[in-house]
Write a protein that binds this ligand. Structure first.
Ligand SMILES: C[S@@+](CC[C@H](N)C(=O)[O-])C[C@H]1O[C@@H](n2cnc3c(N)ncnc32)[C@H](O)[C@@H]1O
Length: 360
């Protein structure tokens, strides 16, 4: 599979992911205790460790540059240690931990490695590649998680760019507010991508191993235009149309660009998991992502910066740096002008939390 997606801004500067990922950090804090609970209830650490020479292998799929990935690794390791201690209270040996940090090859792995916590209690390795492909040898991972990454598709669906297709997404950059054909094309791409993701993980995880997914979502049946992020994508599209009318680029550039993002509903995710058939669904629920719930007006500038550090590379590759810069510059004002509409948009249960276990 050709990798068409791009990693967020690297480094540690003003517009880096490492300096602008505290919204995501707050979103992850909502699921921390739920992950711990699932480990305590369902993960047979004693069995997994005994069968692997007391080495527990953990993978973060779509890790970016930190610090969130380090927090995730630490929390999972703490949870697994607690479980092991409760299963084997009299033992003096503890498992050793090997954490694999995966992201696209364009991710800034240098920043990731240079900021690894000094006092970590695990061995670290980087794994470049798309998580829609195989990343590890067969049956070697005990615990894998992917946080706030699986809503990035491997690519935008091809039919939405084809002029003669009923799914041609003319004048838009996303399926928000688009025709049913466009929405269906995105949903199909999501199904194919996550199908591949699960096929690969089913090969890599040991029987009894756990796979946790946290990603953007929508309640079953809710159109994306009702969600705050849907409005954000719509605004980006209309600013780009303005910029093309001002002569910065040809409007056809908008027709050939579609954001490769899809927030699936729990129902859609359930179907993909069931089709794969190799995992039991231990938990699947919608959670509230924290930051945008209150005071959205005051949060708009920070929200846009957080979006920018993740999406800048995707827009810049297509529209160039200048247009991308202008679009993000205008976006804050655009949303502030429409804040009353934004306040009516749905912002509650838009984060999906899924815990799967590899069947024996
Ligand atoms: C918003 S960041 C989330 C980073 C981190 N997991 C967190 O929770 O803060 C999404 C990450 O997913 C990565 N990503 C997107 N598509 C990917 C793919 N196909 N394979 C591996 N990583 C991918 C991006 O490069 C980016 O680093």
């Amino acid at each position: 599979m050709v990798i068409k997606a791009l990693a967020p801004n690297g480094g540690t500067g003003e517009f880096s992911y490492s300096k602008n990922s505290y919204f995501q950090k707050q979103n992850l804090s909502v699921v921390e205790s739920k992950i711990e609970e699932e480990i305590q209830k369902k993960l047979d650490v004693n069995k997994l460790a005994s069968a692997s020479n007391m080495i527990i292998r953990i993978a973060d799929l779509g890790c970016a540059t930190g610090p969130n990935t380090f927090m995730n690794a630490q929390n999972v390791i703490e949870g697994i240690k607690h479980k092991y201690q409760s299963q084997c209270p009299n033992t003096e040996t503890e498992p050793e931990f090997h954490v694999f940090f995966n992201d696209l090859p364009s991710n800034d792995f240098n920043t990731l490695f240079t900021s690894l916590p000094q006092d970590r209690s695990y061995f670290a390795a980087g794994v470049p590649g798309s998580f829609y492909n195989r990343l590890f040898p067969q049956s070697c991972i005990h615990f894998a998680y992917s946080t706030l990454a699986l809503h990035f598709l491997s690519k935008s669906p091809e039919v939405v760019q084809e002029r003669n297709s009923p799914a041609w997404n003319k004048g838009r950059i996303h399926h928000t507010g688009a025709s049913k054909e466009v929405v269906d094309a995105y949903a199909t791409q999501f199904g194919e991508d996550v199908g591949k993701f699960l096929d690969a993980r089913a090969m890599e995880l040991v029987p009894g191993g756990m796979l946790v997914i946290v990603m953007s979502s929508v309640p079953n049946g809710m159109p994306y235009s009702e969600v705050a992020s849907g409005m954000l994508f719509d605004c980006m599209g209309s600013i780009l149309i303005d910029l093309s009318k001002e002569g910065l680029f040809d409007e056809s550039e908008i027709d050939s660009f579609n954001l490769p993002c899809y927030a699936s509903s729990p129902e859609e995710m359930r179907k993909v998991v069931e089709r794969n058939g190799k995992f039991s669904i231990e938990r699947m629920e919608l959670t509230n992502p924290m930051p945008l719930l209150k005071n959205i007006q005051t949060l708009i500038p920070d929200w846009i910066t957080h979006v920018r550090v993740v999406m800048d590379p995707i827009f810049s590759r297509h529209f160039g740096n200048q247009v991308t810069h202008q679009m993000f510059q205008r976006l804050t004002k655009h949303l502030l002008d429409k804040v009353q509409v934004l306040e009516t948009k749905y912002r509650d249960k838009t984060q999906l939390f899924v815990v799967l276990q590899r069947k024996e």
